[in-house]
Design a protein around this ligand. Structure first.
Ligand SMILES: [Zn+2]
Length: 481
């Protein structure tokens, strides 16, 4: 792996975050015909510490994020720099490893008195047709990208039609922060929900966010999405939105739909096998066709109990619907104005959620603190019998549960899935005078939420103040057909 530098000098001394130096690393594979496959793109955050010198000029970003095609890697032309005595850091240079690049940059900082800031930057990309017509646009603001490691990687993806003259589809990817608020990750305008558009969107998303352990994606049941998601993220499980899936059941089996609604949703959310089995038995008795249909879809796609990774409370794509409904009137605007409305709205959300997190003094963020409190209230009626230091039997209205504090599990299934003490675990904690904090996921804690929102959505300067590089201002983008 090597590190490639993309640098552009700016005459003005701009606000720091606006023109970060961007360094990308790429795993390179050369195909037979010589084109490049980039299967990993990440930033070199570790060098962030070198920005200790006075700013004379600022280095601007000119990276893969500009939407330009990635150039073909030619080993002869792209010499790989392995010595640290290199005097200049220039666009297109390829460095052997992080240490070499860091050493050269530190020297360069002193010599040229430039200030460096190495960070993930905004990812904004546009795709045009061969006739220069607009096809797709993808935006991930740095404010969204920065906190990616601090929230549970459950991504909800959804598409929704625009209503301006040129129509198109608004695609969003979002998640929940540790307080239960919507956290946008990426948004995009594509010509329509077609195969090529979905493939492009997921490629951009992967380039921006990569892949995390225990990541999963929640979708409605659009076949096109699933097909291309699986191509870009072959090992990341995807789940159905249980609400969309139940709507499909309604279209097929109207008569039994109402009778089984409650059973279906309980089944999807069941934490233990006993509960699931007795519910699916009910479905079978009422309408075996529905049971067969749900089996054909795959239990792992909609039932929490069968999910190969923890999908937590994210059983629906409701949060994407919330984004869409907040943009109902904006959807009628021309694309640029629409995108600006989206950016402003996400900026407001970012500020509000940041503010709330910095004023949170409870153990967990708001939504999860409420669940924790409720569980505590429910625990008062229980009796706890210790078995070992860590293992306890808890009696809840005649039913026994086993709680293991060491593994953070309870036989009710909730402690391990919810990742905060269930009422039974709460009972044990209280009997031992222990605090719940050590038994909750870090994702819900205020310190994680604060890091999630460390970077604000910066205001966009007035159009007249934009300093647009020539290769961008000269770019022609015609309206779509
Ligand atoms: Zn329990």
């Amino acid at each position: 792996m090597g590190y490639r530098v993309y640098v552009e000098l700016k005459k003005e001394n701009r606000e720091f975050g606006m023109y970060p130096l961007c360094i990308t690393s790429m795993d390179k594979e050369i195909e037979a015909e010589g084109s490049l496959i980039h299967n990993d793109l990440m930033q070199l955050d570790e060098i962030a510490g070198v920005n200790k010198f006075e700013t004379v000029d600022t280095l601007a970003l000119g990276s893969l994020n500009s939407g330009e095609p990635i150039e073909i890697f030619e080993p002869e032309r792209n010499l790989i720099i392995s010595k640290t005595n290199k005097k200049e850091v220039m666009t297109g240079q390829m460095y052997k490893d992080k240490d070499t690049l860091k050493a050269v940059m530190e020297q360069y900082t002193i010599v040229e008195r430039f200030q460096f800031r190495v960070d993930r930057s905004n990812a904004i990309r546009i795709e045009k047709s061969p006739k220069n017509e607009f096809m797709y646009m993808y935006i991930s603001l740095y404010a969204f990208i920065k906190g990616f490691d601090y929230y549970r990687p459950i991504v909800i993806v959804d598409g929704n039609h625009l209503k301006s003259t040129y129509t198109g589809t608004f695609v969003s990817a979002s998640t929940l922060d540790g307080a239960g608020h919507i956290l946008p990750l990426a948004y995009s305008v594509v010509d329509s929900e077609n195969d090529a558009a979905w493939l492009w969107f997921f490629e951009q998303f992967k380039m921006t966010y990569g892949e995390r352990e225990n990541m999963c994606i929640v979708l409605d049941r659009n076949e096109s999405i699933i097909k291309y998601l699986s191509r870009v993220y072959p090992t990341v499980p995807h789940f159905a939105c249980i609400w969309h899936l139940w709507n499909n059941v309604y279209k097929k089996f109207k008569e039994s739909h109402v009778r089984l609604s409650e059973v279906y949703f309980s089944m999807a959310k069941a934490y233990i096998q006993d509960e699931f089995d007795s519910l699916i038995e009910k479905v079978e008795k009422v309408d075996i066709r529905i049971k067969d249909y749900l089996e054909l879809v795959g239990y792992e796609k909609w039932a929490r109990l069968y999910a190969p990774v923890n999908r937590g409370w994210t059983m629906t794509s409701n949060i994407a619907e919330s984004i869409n409904s907040a943009l109902v009137s904006a959807r009628e605007l021309p694309i640029y104005d629409f995108l600006e409305e989206v950016r402003k709205m996400f900026g407001r959300w970012n500020w509000n959620d940041r503010k709330e997190a910095s004023h949170t003094y409870t153990t967990l963020g708001r939504k999860y603190q409420e669940i924790l409190k409720l569980n505590e209230a429910l625990s008062t009626r229980m009796t706890v019998v210790p078995s070992t230091e860590r293992l306890h039997m808890v009696n809840d209205e005649g039913r026994n549960y086993t709680v293991c504090l060491l593994d953070k599990t309870c036989s009710c299934g909730r402690f391990q899935v919810d990742e905060l003490p269930c009422p039974h675990a709460w009972g044990v904690l209280k009997s031992k005078f222990l605090m719940p904090e050590d038994y909750c996921s870090d994702y819900y804690k205020p310190k994680s939420i604060i890091i999630t929102y460390e970077v604000p959505v910066y205001p966009l300067p007035d159009r007249r103040e934009w300093n647009i590089p020539a290769h961008i201002s000269e770019e022609v983008i015609l309206p779509p057909k």
